[in-house]
Design a protein around this ligand. Structure first.
Ligand SMILES: CC(C)(COP(=O)(O)OP(=O)(O)OC[C@H]1O[C@@H](n2cnc3c(N)ncnc32)[C@H](O)[C@@H]1OP(=O)(O)O)[C@@H](O)C(=O)NCCC(=O)NCCS
Length: 187
């Protein structure tokens, strides 16, 4: 088991209002995920996936010290800032394994996944990790396209990796991103 790793307590606010393609992006910022976030996180998770993570999966990830952050937007008067999405990643010796990346279905298509992926890559660079990898369902064309546009390459296939309807299984595509500047310095 890896030693507990915490995400940076003060992830920088993202003041960007225009994305790399010149589109307007709503204000949002990242902060570490905590147990107090799990009700809204689980609500998003259950809307976003046919086979969602359980509360226990999130509790275990936090307890194990995985890198876990939520992207929060601007709250309306009298309400707390809404959670727009989140990611959970497991730092290894040379690689960061992205285990979960999800955007609230009501606010997809606004660049939030890209923001979350930027944050994941920043963490990989800060930790001196050489690459990020993930699995995605073969049928999840939307996510595969988002990852591909972000620079991930499809590097393999895991047969029958995911549960699927009627007790069947679905293959996973393995995708990987080489992190520029992330190579560990030789002592
Ligand atoms: C896959 C997922 C994370 C993508 O999240 P998202 O926030 O919609 O992604 P983005 O907005 O960053 O990018 C999606 C599209 O919006 C476009 N976009 C990005 N910024 C934009 C902006 N500011 N305005 C308008 N469109 C924008 C992107 O170009 C992209 O277009 P494309 O699909 O043609 O490439 C989201 O659909 C999701 O949570 N799905 C369910 C869970 C899931 O499958 N997770 C991945 C498991 S491996």
């Amino acid at each position: 088991m890896n030693a507990p790793l915490r995400s940076d307590p003060a992830a920088p606010a993202d003041p960007t209002s225009i994305d790399a393609d010149g589109r307007a992006v709503a204000p949002a910022q990242l902060r570490p995920m905590s147990l107090a976030d799990l009700d809204p996180v689980l609500s998003i998770e259950q809307q976003a996936y046919s086979f969602p993570w359980s509360r226990g999966n999130f509790v275990d990830s936090l307890a194990a010290g995985y890198l876990a952050e939520v992207l929060v937007g601007e709250g309306r008067a009298g309400e707390g800032p809404p959670i727009l999405g989140y990611h959970i990643a497991l730092p290894g010796v040379d690689e960061l394994h992205l285990l979960n990346l999800t955007v609230d279905p009501s606010c997809q298509g606004r660049g939030h996944a890209r923001r979350l992926l930027d944050a994941v890559e920043r963490h990989a660079v800060q930790r001196g990790l050489a690459s990020i990898w993930l699995e995605v369902r073969v049928s999840n064309q939307r996510a595969r396209r988002v990852y591909a546009r972000r620079g991930f390459a499809e590097v393999g296939l895991r047969k029958a990796y995911y549960p699927a309807p009627h007790g069947s299984r679905e293959d996973a595509v393995v995708m990987s991103l080489v992190v520029s500047g992330g190579l560990r310095a030789v002592d």
